[in-house]
Design a protein around this ligand. Structure first.
Ligand SMILES: CC(C)(COP(=O)(O)OP(=O)(O)OC[C@H]1O[C@@H](n2cnc3c(N)ncnc32)[C@H](O)[C@@H]1OP(=O)(O)O)[C@@H](O)C(=O)NCCC(=O)NCCS
Length: 143
């Protein structure tokens, strides 16, 4: 992910989340050394479009997922699964096997994805999302 990718990423972000990240939040992630920021580019109609992106942190012995979204036209084609495998492999190269994330309790698609990728619910943060007062599920995978 580069700064030049942000206009396209912000469009995907706004169509994907009720409280989308701002440009400043993405710029902060691009500056932080422990952040891993990746995009998937897809050749489409003669252009390279951003199909998906992921941001995760490698901190101590844990990998923390911060953001993951797939452009609507490219969903259900395995891109998110691919990026979560990338997170697993990148972490493993640093000897990290534990991975964690927070997800809105109502986000059935994402929860199904994370379960398929080996994450299990280990906790709940009540009213974690201030926009809707919705709970966050805390999910973990190991190995
Ligand atoms: C959730 C999201 C990232 C999934 O991306 P994707 O590339 O479509 O997911 P994949 O194609 O890799 O799907 C892998 C598995 O996840 C599950 N899954 C994904 N989308 C699903 C849906 N709409 N309904 C049910 N299960 C779904 C399925 O088990 C799927 O495997 P299958 O297609 O073999 O059944 C995408 O829908 C998205 O960007 N949503 C908005 C942003 C978001 O919620 N991000 C997560 C924040 S925590």
């Amino acid at each position: 992910m580069r700064k030049a990718d942000l206009p396209e990423i912000l469009t995907i972000e706004r169509l994907s989340f009720p409280s989308p990240w701002t440009e400043g939040m993405f710029l902060d992630e691009l500056r932080v050394p422990q952040a891993q920021n990746w995009v998937v580019k897809i050749e489409f109609g003669g252009k390279a479009l951003i199909g998906a992106y992921i941001i995760f942190w490698l901190v101590a012995d844990e990998a923390h997922l911060h953001n993951l979204a797939v452009r609507k036209e490219f969903r259900r084609q395995g891109l998110a699964n691919h990026l979560l495998q990338l997170m697993k492999q990148t972490a493993a190269q640093m000897g990290i096997t534990k991975r964690t994330l927070e997800v809105r309790a109502s986000n059935r698609q994402a929860i199904a994805l994370y379960r398929k990728c080996g994450f299990v619910v280990k906790g709940r943060r009540p009213k974690y999302y201030t926009d809707t007062k919705e709970d966050a599920l805390i999910m973990w995978a190991d190995g």
